[in-house]
Design a protein around this ligand. Structure first.
Ligand code: ATP
Ligand code: MG
Ligand code: FE
Length: 356
């Protein structure tokens, strides 16, 4: 079974061709991603109108390129999957309309995929992870802990009540004058910093609910920076190191509690449960090292897909479509709506659907 995947929910335009065999093994036949990083850099964040225009300009070319690279002809596709939410509505419309148009013209089924479901199922393609598993998604727009029980069966255990973690990295970098996006720069600067010099809070640490909060941490960095002005390079390095340590220790608390709760649910005796990470922040080596040792201690397998598949891509969208088809979910109609908000779990979705 071969699917075309299309992604355009934020600042990456992407198309991919992915195959799945009867045993559930996947193969990536083409993976094309165009990042709009430079278009948005001057503004220090993603500008929705600029993003939508850039998706329009690139989409047809990227889809044609993915098909050409894979050597798969349009008529040999078994389905088309496009992200229909959550994300920036202009970009979502571009990707969804492109996918629907191709589905209509070729007579192939169309699957409208939840972007978060794409992130959630990627580790099954890359590492053959079996259900159930726990996912930590830490990106520019999301910070969530999700228990993945099966295709279409997701329980969101925790989410951020304010900033996403990537957003906190980016805002911290900005206030320290480190450029956009800030995650990699903060990590680099932290290498030469003293993490113990500046005390910072550990937001939500010790709370039994599994949510996150990062805006207070960012504010604490700002106040510390103001107290130290004018900032020398060493001050910036120390602030970055302190911020990164606070983030890592906060994650250790939140994820550690989640792993314990997962185990308490009762697992098959022969099962070594997995923690799967996704999102751009998963590139951070301090965070990775912390998660690795946490998993070792608690008896979990730590699974981190290659960085290229942790950040936004269309491989995960094609794969989510393939998984849905294999699990017997019906295709979506060409009238499938795009949604800027679309939580993964049914309970939260129902609340949005009823207008609350
Ligand atoms: P979403 O996937 O939620 O729609 P997004 O496109 O912003 O949003 P990603 O592309 O997955 O998310 O990740 C980008 C984020 O990852 C940015 O906030 C960036 O600063 C952060 N990031 C990248 N590398 C690192 C790093 N080494 N350390 C910390 N953060 C990082
Ligand atoms: Mg992105
Ligand atoms: Fe994403």
């Amino acid at each position: 079974t071969v699917f075309l995947g299309i992604e355009s929910s934020c600042d990456e335009t992407a198309a991919a061709i992915v195959a799945r065999d009867v045993d559930g093994r996947g193969e990536i036949l083409a993976d094309v991603v165009l990042s709009q990083l430079e278009e948005h850099a001057a503004f220090g964040g993603v500008v929705p109108e600029i993003a939508a225009r850039a998706h329009v300009e690139a989409m047809d070319r990227l889809i044609a390129e993915a098909l050409a690279r894979s050597g798969v002809a349009l008529e040999d596709l078994d389905g088309i999957a496009a992200t229909v939410g959550p994300g920036l509505i202009g970009g979502l419309i571009v990707g969804a309309m492109s996918g629907k148009a191709i589905a209509y013209a070729s007579g192939k089924p169309f699957y409208g995929v939840n972007h978060l479901e794409g992130h959630a199922l990627t580790a099954r393609l890359t590492d053959g992870v079996s259900f159930p598993f726990l996912m930590l998604l830490v990106s520019g727009g999301h910070t969530q802990i999700v228990l993945v029980r099966g295709v279409g069966q997701y329980e969101r255990w925790g989410t951020t009540i304010d900033d996403a973690l990537g957003e906190a990295f980016d805002k911290t970098a900005k206030l320290l004058g480190l450029g956009y996006p800030g995650g990699p720069q903060v990590e680099e600067a932290a290498k030469t910093g003293d993490a113990k010099r500046i005390p910072l809070p550990r937001p939500m640490k010790g709370e039994t609910r599994l949510d996150f909060s990062f805006s207070g941490l960012k504010t604490a960095v700002r106040q510390a920076a103001q107290g130290m002005a004018p900032l020398e390079d060493q001050d910036v390095a120390d602030l970055c190191a302190a911020f990164q340590l606070a983030v890592a220790e906060t994650l250790r608390d939140r994820v550690g509690r989640s792993l314990a709760r997962f185990k308490a649910e009762g697992l098959a005796a022969d099962q070594r449960p997995a923690l799967v990470v996704a999102g751009g922040v998963a590139a951070n080596s301090a965070i990775r090292a912390m998660l690795t040792s946490l998993c070792d201690r608690q008896g979990f397998a730590f699974v981190a897909p290659p960085f290229k598949l942790c950040t936004d891509n269309a491989v995960m969208i094609a794969w989510a479509g393939l998984e849905r088809e294999a699990a017997g979910f019906p295709a979506d109609g060409l009238d499938a709506a795009v949604r800027s908000r679309w939580p993964l779990d049914a309970k939260a979705s129902a609340l949005i659907g009823s207008g609350k």
